[in-house]
Design a protein around this ligand. Structure first.
Ligand SMILES: *Cc1c(COP(=O)(O)O)cnc(C)c1O
Length: 455
């Protein structure tokens, strides 16, 4: 038998033998040992499945483990899924100006210093003033994410009191973020009214009592109710709340500042509409349709925002300087009226099908791949916004059966290339949507496709 081919666990080399063979690797000793152990345990698993292990591969495998442990993270990836706000891929890609501002903030900066007077400033005042101006609110503040914004608002305004929510809105948003549980955590008492499909103003009215703190409205986010449904808008909720001296809190989820109809999409309720309708507080995410870094944005009445700022949780949930810098630059795009050109997520949503078809066809021509085609498909917004919206697009479609691979295998090869390419697998084929691919990524995309297919 070839001594290089191992078939028994006992013929595997020891950890110290492999360590010696690894030689002079510049890495901490315990990391080297861990890499060798992993390589050996993988080899043992292969033998247990009845496979064989090549002696020479063991060192290579340990080296790969070591390289993976030392590699910088996260890695830039090409999003070819056509889902613009892909949570697993980090949601909104940031604008160039946002990236520049974030880089600037990594040094010392005037985060909490008024340069004119030399006195202490407030860390989120620049962002908050800009945000309040943009949406026509009296005041604003910012925390780490929208889940945090909701917890803070409920803790500050409704602890030990009742919060009225429609049964159709006591939902789970994703990642086990459930409205009833968030309420409980905040010390508020859920008072659900109406039914899953229909809730009327009179349901809220009937539930108002001396223990009530506020009326909560929650955007449906990642699901869509259709048919025999009735829902109470913000304006109507405000009409119910006012005579009782109650507040209205509106969790908009995605929180859009532009009319999505101008991008050829269904209308997504905007933050400005919520403010104008009289919501005392509106909360939304920074990294969904707004197109900025992860943050929870809070806008509304002065007294309500002040109560949140003063709550001890505000400190626990505050944003770091890099986030605030990115958010400020993103919001400036709106102020300058250039949001749909400068913010990548909005720019991607605005792209026309003709343009996407031409792009997919140009890839097809340059790649000369057997069995590839360009076909109609739909992109999606993602991030819980407009879940029912199917946005017409054209994809480059690869049929891996000619290469003798499954679609999952080709998708894996694309993901594990030099620059990871994340595609969509459907109907045994691999779909690549140009909508979510930025112009500067094209060269890496084409090179990655060529390599994956030649392997
Ligand atoms: C996404 C979402 C949240 C959570 O926002 P994060 O910024 O991810 O914390 C809360 N509420 C609604 C309605 C959402 O869509």
């Amino acid at each position: 038998m070839d001594p290089e081919v191992l078939t028994e666990p006992r013929s595997l080399p020891s950890v110290s033998e492999l360590l010696e063979e690894l030689g002079e690797e510049r890495a901490p000793h315990d990391l080297l040992v861990a890499s060798v152990r992993r390589a050996l345990s993988e080899a043992r698993a292969r033998l247990a499945e009845g496979g064989v292990v090549h002696r020479a591969e063991l060192v290579e495998s340990a080296r790969r483990e070591l390289a993976a442990a030392l590699a910088p993270w996260p890695r830039r990836a090409i999003n070819a899924t056509g889902v613009v706000l892909h949570t697993n891929l980090g949601r909104a890609p940031l604008s160039e100006d946002a990236v520049r501002a974030m880089r600037e903030a990594t040094s010392y900066c005037d985060l909490e210093l008024d340069l004119e007077s030399g006195e202490r400033g407030q860390r989120d005042s620049h962002v908050s003033e800009l945000l309040a101006r943009l949406v026509g609110a009296e005041a604003a503040t910012v925390v780490n994410n929208n889940a945090g914004a909701l917890v803070l608002a409920l803790s500050a305004l409704a602890r030990g009191r009742e919060v009225i929510v429609s049964r159709g809105q006591a939902v789970e948003i994703g990642g086990r973020f459930r409205i009833p549980e968030v309420l409980e955590q905040s010390g508020a008492v859920l008072r659900d009214v109406g039914t899953t499909n229909r809730t009327y103003a009179s349901d809220y009215e009937a539930a108002c009592n001396e223990r009530t703190a506020l009326l909560l409205r929650v955007h449906h986010s990642n699901f869509h109710l259709e048919g025999f449904v009735a829902d109470v808008g913000v304006e109507e909720l405000v009409e119910v709340a006012r005579p009782h001296g109650l507040r209205v809190l509106n969790d908009l989820g995605s929180g859009c500042l532009v009319d999505t109809a101008s991008l050829g999409l269904p209308h997504e309720p905007t933050v400005q509409e919520s403010v104008a309708a009289g919501a005392d507080l509106t909360v939304f995410s920074g990294d969904k349709l707004l197109g900025g870094p992860q943050a929870g944005l809070i806008v509304g009445r002065e007294d309500a925002v002040r109560a949140l700022r003063r709550h001890p949780l505000a400190r626990a949930l505050r944003c770091d300087k890099v986030t605030l810098a990115g958010l400020h630059a993103t919001l400036l795009h709106y102020l300058e009226g250039e949001a749909t050109e400068k913010i990548p997520a909005l720019r991607m949503l605005a792209r026309r099908p003709e343009e996407l078809e031409a792009e997919a066809r140009s890839w097809l021509e340059r790649l000369h791949l057997p069995g590839a085609s360009v076909e109609r498909a739909s992109s999606a917004v993602g991030g819980g916004a407009l879940p029912q919206a199917r946005i017409p697009t054209w994809c480059l479609v690869l049929d891996p059966s000619r290469l003798g691979w499954s679609a999952d295998e080709l998708a894996r090869r694309l993901r594990t290339g030099k620059v990871p390419i994340v595609s969509r697998v459907e109907g045994d084929r691999v779909w690549l949507d140009p909508r979510t691919i930025q112009p500067e990524e094209e060269a890496d995309l084409l090179a990655g496709l060529r390599t994956a297919i030649q392997q």
